[in-house]
Structures are given as C-alpha cells and as structure tokens.
Design a protein around this ligand. Sequence first.
Ligand code: HEM
Length: 533
Amino acid sequence: MAFDMVAAALCVTATVAGMRFAAWCSAYLALRGLPGPKGDLVLGQLKDVVKPDHHRTLFKWACQYGGIYRIRLAHIHAVVVTDPQLIAVVLGKDTEIEKSIEGVYSHFNTLLHAGGEPNIFTSHTDAYWRLVRKGVAPAFSAKSMRQGFAHVLAVNQQLVSILAARAGAAVDMDNAALRVTLDVIGRVGFGKDFGATADLDDCRANAAFDLMSAGRDEGIKRWNNPFRKYLVFIWPSQSVRKGRRKLAAFQALMAGLLAEVRARGEPAADDASIAAQLLRIRDPATGRPLPDDRLAAEIGVFFTGGFETTGHTIAWALLMISQHAEVEARVLAELHALRLLPHQPGRRTLDFEDLARLTYTGQAIKEAMRLMPVLTDGTNRTTLRATQLGVHSIPAGTMVWVPFGATFASPQSWERPGEYLPERWDDADADYARPTGGEAAKQDLADRAAGRAKRFMPFSLGSRDCVGQSLARMNFTATVAMLLSEFSFRLADEMDGMASVRERATSGLLTLQPADGLLMHCTPRGAEVAASC
Ligand code: HEM
C-alpha cells in the first residue's frame, strides 16, 4: 500500500516535471527567433544582470539587439523591451500581461509583513490591490498636495539653514536629499516628523533613516538569494541574523507609526493624508477595516517606494544642473522672474502655485531623470497567455522586462541621447516616440492607433504606475528650486568630476545612485547673483 502511494506520488511528480520541461522547451523554441546575447550555459545572462553596473549592460544590449530581444536568467526566459510602441502594449494590457509577482515582486513581501502577505506594490492586479489603490488615491490629489505643501516648505527651510551654517564645507547632498524625502513623506503622509533632516551627519543617529536603508539592503540580499529568508533556521550566520533583526526593527517602526496614527483618533473629515485614507479603507465583503498587520505593511511600502526614489532624483538633478553653467543660469533667471532669489527686491517664499510656474526648472529635473533614472531597471511583467509583441509571438509565462534606463537613452528613440539638454522638453510632444527612418516610418506611425506611444515613463504607465508621483514631483521640484535659489553647488574634488560620479553610479542597490555619496560644497548666493539675472 505504502509502496503504491510512493510510486503514485513519484509518477505525479515526474509528470508535472515533464510537463514543465516541455513548456520550457517550447518557450525556448518560440523565442529562438529573437536576437539576444550568448550567455553562460547554465545561468544564461543571470550573472550580467546582478552586477552593480548592469544598467550599462542593458543599454549596450538595447543598442546591439534593438527594441526587443531575449535573455535567460537561469531557467527563466525573459524578453527585454525598450521599443516605446511595444512598451505601450506591455504596460497597457493588464489582462494579458501581469506584473511578475511570483519570482520578482513577492520576494519583497517578507520585508514589510512578517507573514509575507502582499501589499499594494507586490500584489497581483486583484481585488485587494484595487481596494488599497482606490483607497489611497485621494491622498495624492492636487488638493492633498496643496495641503501638504507647508510641510515640504518647512523641511526644506530646515535644510537651507543647516547648509547655510556649513557654508563652504563639503556636504553629502545625496544623503541630505534622502533625509528631506523621509521627512516629507513622514510629515505629509502620516503627520510624523522623523527629524532626519535635523542632523545630516550620522546615519545611525536617526533610527528611522538607518532602518529605511536596512530594509533595502536586506531586500536585495533576499532577491539575490530567495532562500535567505529561511536561512536563519538552517545556517544562522551573523549577517543573516543581523538582516532579520533590522527587518523586525523596520516592521516595528511601521507598527509603531500605525499605533501613533490611531492614538490621534478618527481622522478629521478634511484629512486626506495617506494615513487617514488607509484607515478609512473597508473590506466591501465584511465592512471591516484592514487588519493592523496589513495596514503597517502598507505604511511601510509608501516609505520604501518613495524614499530612495525621490531622494536620489533630487541628488542627480542637483548634480546635472549645477555642472551645466548655461542650464543653471536659465534656472536662476526663472527663479529671479518669480522673485525667489535671495537679495532681490520684493523676494517671496516659494508657494504651491510656483511649482507649476517653474517650467524650465522642471525640464532640467526631467532631463536629469532621463539620463539618470532612479528606477533604471523599470518594471517586470509576465505574459498570462501567448501575446503578440510587434511581429513576435511571446509564449505564456514569459517574463517581459522594461528597463527604463536603456529605454530613455536608446539612440533608436532619441536624438543626441547622451547629452543633457533640458531644451528638448520645450516641445510638449517630446514625451512621445518619434518615427525614425523617414517618411515610411512616419506613415506607419500615423497609421497605428497606438502611434502616440510614450518613450519617457519614469513613473511607469498603465494601472500599476506610481501612485505617489504627485508627492514626488512636489518634493523634488520644491527642493531643487529652494536649494538652487539659496546656494551654488560645486562638486568636491574627492568626487573626481561629474563624469566619474556618473560612471561609478551603481544600480546594484535597486535604485540608480551615486556609489560614494555626492559631496558638494554649498556657497550661499550673494546679492550679485540677483543683480546679474
Ligand atoms: C522620483 C520618485 C519616484 C519614482 C521615479 C517612482 C517610480 C515608480 C514606478 C516606476 C513604479 C512602478 C514600479 C513597478 O512596476 O515595479 C512605482 C510604483 C509605486 N510607487 Fe513610486 N516612484 C517615486 C516616488 C514615489 C512616492 C513619493 C511614493 C509614495 C509616497 C511612491 C509609491 C509607490 C507605490 C505605492 C507604488 C506601487 C503602485 C501600484 O502598484 O499600484 N512612489 N513608482
């Protein structure tokens, strides 16, 4: 009897394995027509894409193989897409191509939830995701941003005073920008001042700031080694135990924030902060609020999603603007026209309406986001069924990777792609793909319904785009404008020049960031600057 059961189990296992192998082989054959790099026999291109400078490799492959090519990450077949027309299909068809939850996003579940439950970022596009996404949407409306602006101003004013007191000294502006971002999300979204901006020096002095990066580090280790979450039981090395402790501390921090928010009582009717909106969510089936553990995980995802992304964006924009004298001069002229420069007659404080008026400054930031996109790896999808991408039929179960860095720098979509040219955004249509290859291509493009495919999508596209983009825009525009109005920034000699900072940028830590911080000397602007504008 026992023998029969073992034999039956073995038969089932062998059949399932056989079917999987057959599916794998058929996907291999189906994708064989696509170009792609030759890789390691066992790992394929896996080793290339976990390197700290893999964004360069993805760019090189896009130039070499075009807007769609295949790679293999060990046993996973993947198709990499940088052609805007195809990206529009990939990110626009939720019912055919879903976020790659299993194998990519689900690794991040245990970072935020001890039991590994998914959150708005890591869940399928399902009923739970819709409930949370719809629930928090009002927190990012124009009205909420206007309400939160006073916090953005206060945090940046604090940074300006600290930098003024350290005039001339070299300050790590990447670290400073990250701190501002943490405080902005804390204050605007949750009514909580973490005080990270108050002390720029010591990472460890601010527990919240320290834990934000710790969550990220452990996330990467788990992504590179999915078994890491179990290792503490099997091989409890010091590093694994430390990672676990940090994660537990991060989750406790978020649970503590939830308790703090609850202790304030029912949110006021006009409070549409992230905290208030999360508390208002009700399960339509039971009418009950989300359980506390899920709420704490959702709070955590707004910090992890918004903290490094916005912080490094600010740092890259400061670097690019301050290293291009002609761009900086135009930014200053715009600030001067709005009476936002120190020492100018009738000087005003930046207000919410100014954010929309800072057209050129916005373009300068946007161009920095094109050349140094924080989410250079973009997004991953998986085909739920066989899907047509251009002339290629992509089998079900294939990972489709849209790397933004390679897309935003591709010579197939951009003129002078490697140059920092904020003026390219003067054209309101510059976000959209252009026909290349003469009249025929123009006609072809005009013929396609999806002819206005976007070639620039730093916040992604479609239903799973960035829910927090309005907060990010408000934060980075205000910070860059306020810092540049008050100071000129010179890259410290230790940084070895802008080219070297860009060359050494790492994408191995989830976001594209300066490898060794961004040391800059900040000099307060004198009266002559306003006079010369
Ligand atoms: C410059 C700053 C930012 C950039 C470039 C950015 C970019 C993105 C991108 C590309 C996605 C889609 C990711 C994917 O498909 O894997 C995303 C999703 C998300 N972002 Fe952002 N983000 C930024 C700031 C923020 C901020 C400030 C918040 C909130 C405080 C936030 C919260 C989220 C959340 C919760 C999601 C998941 C949305 C969903 O799946 O429905 N992000 N972001």
